[in-house]
Design a protein around this ligand. Structure first.
Ligand code: SF4
Length: 419
């Protein structure tokens, strides 16, 4: 089923018996050059096929010539929730976050090594057909999306909308236009808007403009937890334009402009950082007044890291739990203990208190911008975006007793789970 499983999922390498993905293991492949006649969406532009309504990826027609702001791509989960695609999601009723991904025939001009949307795929796959966080992203007219959400009004299942920018010369202006198209018909107080930014093309003025137009939360996908891993996976290491410092400049601008609790950063766990390095970053974000949103590394099919091992579950669970404690339970990284490999050896909480947090299960759910239920529960549930349903990393629903027993085994703790 396309919503939960990549077809022909890569046979990734293992982490060689280790319980964490070491820096030396997580080296991306180098991108191969794209023939000149296939660059910048040339195949799609040559065909010049006009779009007509919803475009479902991989239906064996040449992707039409679609562009934001008239078109955006949405996740398979969002398309099902909107009633645009048939299907059901394993153990989930719907998604609470409507992610709108900007789209262009030229695609994203960056080359991030873990990403299915990266530029190096130009020869192999048209942009609108590329998988991203393990699922297909249908392209839908923006007007059609707004019509459905405005029609549903207060009954809309969505708790939040998020505009996801990509690296493209039109991305800054089109984000503004998509936001305006939304707020003209939908009150952002009813369904708040997040911006998943692309700092490489942005200035502080862009951040201010988005805030003035009604955006609620501004996030920066730092993704890589250290400058070295950032450069290796998103910068010079893979012929990609991103720079660690520019990402931080925009993150700090967002802190000033959006204010406390209204900005955050994405971090992918398992790309070669130590648990200590990842959690130091989480602490830094909390100290600045923001939040971290975490993703478990998964070898995305067609990416420059599709041969590498997914993050071992024990590493992931330790970081997931420790991040929750730092973000929402007032525990500091300095209270935790780490072993010689930087793995969490002690979470810095008395056993009974740790039991309570584990048993509540929230720590193991997908992290992201909040919805309407509670501050520590993300609207953005991204069902099976970082794992297959057979071995869930981020739970898009409340884990039950069996799930918690499995989580406890993965954590390697004998914490008692109350079913
Ligand atoms: S900038 Fe974003 S969309 Fe583009 S390749 Fe990097 S992670 Fe993927």
């Amino acid at each position: 089923m396309s919503c939960i499983k990549q077809t022909g999922e890569p046979q990734a390498a293992t982490s060689a018996g280790s319980d964490f993905n070491a820096y030396a293991t997580m080296q991306p492949r180098l991108p191969t050059p794209t023939p000149a006649d296939l660059r910048n969406g040339a195949r799609v532009k040559r065909a010049d096929q006009a779009p007509s309504g919803v475009y479902l990826p991989n239906n064996n027609t040449l992707a039409p010539h679609m562009r934001s702001p008239e078109y955006v791509q949405i996740s398979t989960a969002a398309a099902m929730t909107l009633g645009i695609m048939p299907g059901t999601m394993h153990r989930c009723g719907c998604t609470r976050c409507l992610n709108l991904l900007l789209t262009y025939p030229e695609g994203c001009r960056a080359n991030c090594a873990y990403c299915g949307l990266a530029r190096h795929r130009e020869a192999e796959r048209d942009y609108a057909d590329r998988n991203f966080i393990r699922v297909d992203w249908p392209a839908v007219p923006m007007e059609q999306i707004v019509d459905i959400v405005a029609r549903d009004g207060a009954a809309s299942p969505f708790h939040r909308m998020c505009i996801s920018m990509i690296t493209h010369p039109r991305s800054d202006q089109d984000t503004v236009d998509v936001l305006r198209a939304w707020t003209r018909r939908i009150d952002p107080a009813t369904i708040p808007v997040s911006i998943l930014s692309n700092p490489t093309t942005m200035s502080r003025d862009d951040v201010v403009r988005l805030k003035d137009l009604g955006a609620d939360i501004f996030t920066v996908a730092i993704d890589a937890a250290t400058p070295e891993i950032f450069d290796r996976t998103r910068g010079k290491g893979v012929q990609s334009p991103h720079k660690w410092q520019k990402y931080w400049d925009i993150l700090l601008a967002a802190r000033e402009v959006f204010g406390p609790q209204k900005f955050g950063a994405h971090i992918i766990i398992g790309m070669g950082e130590s648990e200590f390095e990842a959690l130091q970053l989480v602490q830094r974000l909390v100290d600045l007044g923001g939040h971290s949103h975490m993703f478990c590394f998964f070898p995305e099919k067609g990416s420059l890291m599709d041969h590498l091992p997914p993050t071992p579950r024990d590493q992931w669970r330790r970081v997931q739990l420790a991040r929750y404690l730092i973000d929402y339970a007032g525990v500091r990284v300095e209270q935790m203990r780490f072993d010689e490999s930087g793995r969490v050896a002690d979470f810095g909480l008395p056993r009974a208190e740790l039991d309570t947090v584990i048993n509540a299960g929230i720590a193991f759910r997908t992290s992201g911008c909040p919805g309407k239920f509670r501050d520590d529960l993300s609207a953005c549930d991204r069902p099976y975006g970082d794992s297959p349903p057979s071995d869930i990393a981020s739970f898009p629903f409340q884990p039950n007793g069996n799930d918690l027993r499995r989580i406890r085994r993965q954590l390697g703790t004998s914490v008692r789970v109350v079913s």
